[in-house]
Unconditional design. Structure first.
Length: 343
């Protein structure tokens, strides 16, 4: 059994019991550090940049941590909300931080490659002469137009022809990759010109420009759809298929070894706590469970049971006390978080 060095009790501060009872497994390490720092300095007007320096995390992760506590109604935010620009520039919206503060070193996030920006496909209606000329110039374009009709099972009009040309000429997808894209769209029963253009743009941004990469994308997307289908049955979701962003989340969870049942358990936790569908919130829950080593709903239940047993054992030994009551007696009320410079 471990005990805190009694000498350290000479300087203490109150921590709401909900932090250990509810959020110790759910909250990220950055979120725990942010809350402890704010609790240690009640009334202090912190900026995201200052919090970032103190806890040793990048500003983006720090802002996520703050917003997490705000969404959980643990922190009450006063004044104007921080924006994504605050994270990028390191200055609050209107606090007047000078240029010197911008140059001070802060913890940096791991660089994430940005998607290559691409223009939207503009559905044009070229003349028959223009399309015919392009097909005469290139045997690949001629084959693209001819075999695409066989894949789609219909005669394609000018809108689809111009979209296919954009995929080939502007986005740089090969004819074989475009054929695979069309076959995937047909398999999904989503072969409209607009959807072909949208998915083609996604593939180009992800640089899916070989047959091997296209096959890998299709395989993973099919796997994600199967997982989503099971998830629908377990949770009662009415959405027929996942969005592109939801598919990416599901693929990341599957890469961590999570099957549909535990993803459904995370869905239930999310619904209970937020009252709305948020795959981002589910992602945070599942990442915490992954850190804890949970792989099945039974693992989660066992972990929660052990936590309750330890909590009960501590109470029976008389080692616990109500920090919430202590906060109330001290007149602290609800923990507040407000931006520097806002009265």
């Amino acid at each position: 059994m471990f005990n805190v060095n009694p000498a350290l009790y000479g300087s203490v501060f109150a921590v709401p019991s909900v932090l250990t009872d509810k959020y110790l497994k759910l909250a990220s390490p950055a979120a725990i550090k942010v809350l402890l720092l704010i609790l240690r300095n009640p009334g202090e007007d912190f900026t995201v940049e200052e919090l970032s320096k103190r806890i040793g995390y990048c500003k983006a992760d720090t802002l996520d941590a703050v917003e997490y506590w705000i969404s959980e109604n643990v922190l009450v935010k006063n004044g104007t909300a921080f924006t994504s620009e605050t994270v990028e520039t390191g200055k609050p919206d209107d606090s007047g931080v000078n240029a010197q503060n911008k140059s001070e070193p802060t913890a940096s996030c791991v660089a994430v490659p940005e998607k290559r920006p691409l223009p939207e496909i503009k559905i044009a209606k070229p003349t028959l002469e223009q399309i015919s000329k392009r097909m005469e110039e290139s045997g690949d374009v001629l084959r693209l137009m001819s075999e695409s009709q066989s894949i789609l099972g219909r005669t394609i009009g000018f809108d689809m022809q111009s979209t296919l040309l954009m995929l080939y000429d502007t986005y740089g997808l090969s004819v074989e990759v475009i054929f695979m894209l069309l076959e995937f769209c047909v398999h999904q029963s989503r072969s409209s010109t607009a959807y072909v253009a949208k998915l083609g743009k996604v593939w180009a941004e992800k640089e899916i420009n070989t047959v091997e990469l296209a096959a890998d994308y299709i395989e993973k997307s099919t796997e994600a759809e199967k997982t989503f289908s099971v998830l629908r049955e377990l949770t009662g979701m009415s959405t027929p298929r996942p969005t592109q962003k939801q598919t990416e989340y599901i693929l990341s969870w599957r890469a961590l070894g999570f099957e549909a049942p535990i993803i459904a358990r995370a869905y239930d936790e999310m619904a209970e706590r937020t009252g709305k569908i948020s795959f981002n919130y589910m992602d945070k829950i599942l990442l915490n469970w992954h850190t804890a080593g949970y792989k099945t709903p039974e693992d989660v239940e066992n972990g929660e049971r052990l936590f309750r047993e330890k909590k009960q054992a501590a109470k029976q030994k008389g080692t616990s006390f109500s920090i919430d009551e202590a906060i109330s007696d001290a007149g602290m009320g609800v923990v507040k978080y407000k931006k520097k410079g806002v009265k």
